[in-house]
Design a protein around this ligand. Structure first.
Ligand code: SF4
Ligand code: SF4
Length: 416
């Protein structure tokens, strides 16, 4: 019997999927099973676009389409939470399997807390994540540091502290830390991220911990919820997936990778936050950076937490229309509304045409609020701090201003 907390080696029983998919095709095999047996109506995945620097999101409704989804796309810096939210708005009540990185899992959980997504309708299939690279930086890095034409590269990935770039006949490696000190490598938010194995999901998968004869053809999976256990059991019973108990030495190795990645993230986070000035200097620094803003709304559009239909930044008595740069109130509204729950996905910074370090500021504020109030953004338990402070406004946005709805949303999380 499969239980939450179990760790397995797993792979697809279909030889074509096992051969073609990364790490034994577990995720692809599971998606085929879920779609074919109609356990889910759709699957939200990332797929490769024109080349390895180009990722796009896709909704699959037919199990034959699963081959479209990617293995690991390290230049896939998109976030699927809002895409999923909009898909579910147009297809209410559908059951969906979603393949997610840590930031996506956390964003989806925050959306569930805002009553925008019902987790009961989702199966979250998490992927271990060491971080992603901005596609423009990736091309520049390949050309300048590896001396290669970016269009000749077949894959870029991280392993054992190295950034590995593969062409058709050669593999080139450089230490990630060295690259990042020179301004290449992973996005800054990914460098700061501590969610390497997203246990918020129902199942979490990756190749960390796969050792010996299993290397390269097997996925190491951890069952993180009752739903994850039931999902995996159905795939095994349907002969779509094979599992074996994971090698205990492999499980230890997986923990060591996770700990090493988290230690490096903490160092990066401390380094990056130490460059933000303290106290009232922080406000001045933010005002100076944000004076470049052209109010294009890409930060709000990209942010998975910005979902209010009646956005305060569009109220003329708060943010005077037609003014560029917009009054600082524009940024204050965003910060006061979501800083408690920022999940450090980096979308607000990635999309900003004026290169304002939005995510750095917001994540630093969130970290401070977490220390003050103990709210951990993106975890299942807890209510966003702002929901407690600014009750009426928040409840109106998210719960139709009824206490019953709040109780309904949080009852299963043991909050009431
Ligand atoms: Fe301003 Fe950048 Fe946000 Fe656009 S994305 S509104 S320029 S902060
Ligand atoms: Fe992501 Fe920026 Fe929103 Fe934080 S504020 S959740 S980093 S988009």
């Amino acid at each position: 019997m499969i239980r939450s907390g179990d760790v397995y080696y797993a792979w697809s029983t279909d030889p074509i999927i096992r051969e073609g998919g990364s790490s034994g095709g577990f995720v692809s095999g599971l998606l085929v099973h879920l779609l074919e047996s109609r356990i889910v109506d759709a699957a939200v995945v990332m797929k490769k676009g024109a080349d390895i620097y180009d990722a796009s999101m896709a909704v699959l409704t037919d199990h034959h389409e699963v081959a479209l989804c990617s293995g690991s796309l390290y230049c896939g810096t998109l976030l699927n939470a809002k895409y999923l939210y909009r898909y579910l708005q147009s297809n209410p009540g559908q059951n969906v399997a979603v393949v997610v990185k840590g930031c996506e899992a956390k964003a989806i959980i925050e959306l569930a807390k805002r009553n925008r997504i019902n987790l009961d309708n989702l199966i979250l299939i998490g992927l271990n994540c060491s971080g992603t690279i901005n596609p423009i930086i990736a091309r520049k890095m390949v050309r300048q540091r590896y001396g290669l034409d970016p269009d000749t590269v077949g894959s870029i990935y991280f392993a054992h502290g190295m950034c590995q770039v593969e062409t058709s006949d050669t593999m080139y490696s450089l230490p990630i830390e060295d690259l990042e000190q020179e301004g290449y490598g992973r996005r800054l938010c990914c460098q700061r991220c501590q969610t390497r194995i997203p246990r918020q999901c129902d199942l979490v998968c990756g190749d960390w911990g796969v050792i010996g004869e299993y290397t390269g053809n097997t996925t190491c999976i951890e069952v993180c919820s009752k739903k994850g256990a039931v999902t995996l059991e159905s795939a095994i019973n349907n002969h779509a997936i094979m599992v074996e108990a994971a090698d205990p030495h492999g499980v230890e190795a997986r923990s060591r990778v996770e700990e090493a990645m988290q230690a490096l993230s903490l160092k990066c986070r401390t380094d990056q936050f130490s460059k933000i000035p303290p106290g009232d200097q922080l406000l001045k620094s933010m005002m100076l950076d944000m004076s470049r803003c052209i109010k294009c709304y890409q930060c709000t559009e990209g942010c998975p937490l910005c979902v209010c239909e009646d956005c305060q930044t569009k109220k003329p008595w708060l943010v005077k229309p037609g003014q560029v740069p917009p009054p600082f109130m524009f940024h204050l509204i965003r910060a006061s509304h979501i800083a408690d729950s920022c999940i450090n996905c980096g979308q607000c910074e990635e999309r900003c045409p004026m290169e304002i370090p939005n995510s750095l500021y917001m994540h630093a504020l969130q970290t401070e609020l977490e220390t003050m109030f103990g709210y951990h953004a993106g975890e299942h338990r807890g209510i966003p701090v702002v929901s407690k402070v600014n009750e009426w406004e928040e409840w109106e946005h998210n719960y139709g201003n009824t206490f019953e709805k709040v109780i309904e949303v949080f009852r299963d999380q043991g909050e009431y």
